[in-house]
Structure formats: C-alpha cells, structure tokens
Design a protein around this ligand. Sequence first.
Ligand SMILES: NC(=O)c1ccc[n+]([C@@H]2O[C@H](COP(=O)([O-])OP(=O)(O)OC[C@H]3O[C@@H](n4cnc5c(N)ncnc54)[C@H](O)[C@@H]3O)[C@@H](O)[C@H]2O)c1
Length: 270
Amino acid sequence: MSLRLEGRAAWISGGASGIGEATVHLFASEGARVAIVDVQAEAGRRLEAAVRAAGGEAMFLECDVADEEQVRQSIEQAAARFGGLQAIVNAAGIVHVKRLHEYTEPEWDRLMAVNVKSIFFSIKHGIRYLGRNPCSTVVNIGSISSFVGQAGTPAYTASKAAVLLLSQSIALDYAADGLRCNCICPGITDTPMLRHHLHATGDPAGALARRLHRVPLGRALTPGDVARAVLYLSCDDSAGVTGTSLVVDGGYLTAAEWETAKVTLPEDLS
Ligand SMILES: NC(=O)c1ccc[n+]([C@@H]2O[C@H](COP(=O)([O-])OP(=O)(O)OC[C@H]3O[C@@H](n4cnc5c(N)ncnc54)[C@H](O)[C@@H]3O)[C@@H](O)[C@H]2O)c1
C-alpha cells in the first residue's frame, strides 16, 4: 500500500506538543519529511530524534511563529533541506483565561500574533513553494470556539473565529495556484494545553468530568483523533475539498443542550 504523504515535505508549527506532535508522528509514518516548528527546543529535538529512530525524516526548527523573520527563515530552511514544501499545518496556539477588562494590550496582541498573524506569515513566505505544486495544502487549527463563545477566553475565541474565515479566504485566493486550504476545529482534546487549565482549577478530574458531560461521545479527544483529520485534509483523500471546516469535537456542537449520562476520564485522572 502506498503511503499517503510519500514524497511530500511538511512544515508543522506547534509541532513539539499535543495535536502538532501527533500530526508530526502521523505525517512521518505516512512518508512525509517533516519540519517540527516550535518555541520548545528541548521537546522539539526529542521529537526529531524519536521520528528518526522510527525510520522517518524530521528536522526541528526553533521558531516563534509570531515573528515574521523567524517564520521566513524556518520555511526557507525546511524547503532547502527537503527540496521544496507541499504542506503547512498551523497548529501553534496559546490561550489566556481572563475576562476582557483584565487584559493588557501586549497580552491581547501576543495572543492574536501567535494564533492568527502566524498564519499570514506562513502563507506569505510559504506560497512561493506551495504555489508551485498541484497538490499543496494548508491546514489551520481553529476550535469549536471558532463557532461559539466560551466564557473566560475572549481573545482566544476571537482569534479562532478569525482562523476560520482566514482559512476560507486563503482557499479562495490561492485555489487557482493549486493550493487547498482547510480548517480543523477540535473540541476538548487531551493535550498539555488542556491539562494546564484543568490543573489550574485545583480539581482536574472534576473539571474535566463537568466539561465532558456536554460531549455526546462522553470522552476527551486524543491528539491522534485530531491528527487523523489533519492528515485527511493534507493528502489526496480530500483532493476535492477546500475552504471547509472540519469539526472534530465528539459531537459537542451538535446539540444546544446535552447531558451525557456517563463520561470516561483518561486513566490517570479517573
Ligand atoms: N486542546 C484542546 O482542547 C484544543 C481545542 C481546540 C483547539 N485547540 C488548538 O489546537 C492547537 C494545538 O494545541 P494543543 O492543545 O495541542 O496545545 P499544546 O500546548 O500541547 O501545543 C501547542 C504548541 O504550540 C507551541 N507554541 C506556542 N506558542 C508558540 C509560538 N509563539 N511559536 C511557535 N510555537 C508555539 C507550544 O510550544 C506547543 O508546542 C492550538 O492552536 C489550540 O488552540 C486545542
């Protein structure tokens, strides 16, 4: 059976952790050469070594995606090493938990730069490679917060709504160049980002259980659940798909009201 990303090179931001990390592993196992782009150097280098040990091809590039020059350099380095670039995955993201009046302007600007402006930079500097391929793809990670408000995270919600519409606009503007652009909108996914917030409540198991009662599937998604959707939108299985948003949320957005009788917590929290 042929590998789904054979011969392709991918630049994956936020690749050192969570959804990005799972995407790095999956892409490499499907034959892609992968640039792991992240601010976390230690984790990124560990992952690079793990991918290589498993027979894949990966390079770690330390990069703050809010900085245009760093994004430009990381794309140039990846394209030079891999002889081009066919796929971009924008998974880097941050969240702050506070109400709007508690924000400082630099905090607001930082979140918007990491979550939204980074996508602009990746297209600006990646298009010269992506636009030369008939099968190139961009996948941006939005959120269920791209569609609905969420208490306590106003800047995050605004940023993820922007990611959705930016993805659609990119799809339109570059369709004639052979580039497809789509957005994945995950629900509650068990990653370090989620764990950080659960632990901040002082009762991680209780906090997660309360959230999961809103999820018809009754469990948190794994990073792999989301990575498989990223793979779908980055390979030829989705050749006819551009400008769409794929919600991967265990059914969360399906019902206005929902109460799941029994939820399943990850083993270490149950
Ligand atoms: N976990 C969830 O429940 C959930 C739900 C919906 C959407 N998302 C989105 O999924 C994406 C991945 O998040 P995750 O849950 O895997 O979190 P995570 O914290 O495990 O991973 C995010 C990665 O982004 C990197 N990053 C942060 N700022 C960066 C910067 N300036 N430059 C480069 N890298 C940077 C981090 O170092 C980290 O490796 C994010 O965009 C997040 O908003 C997560």
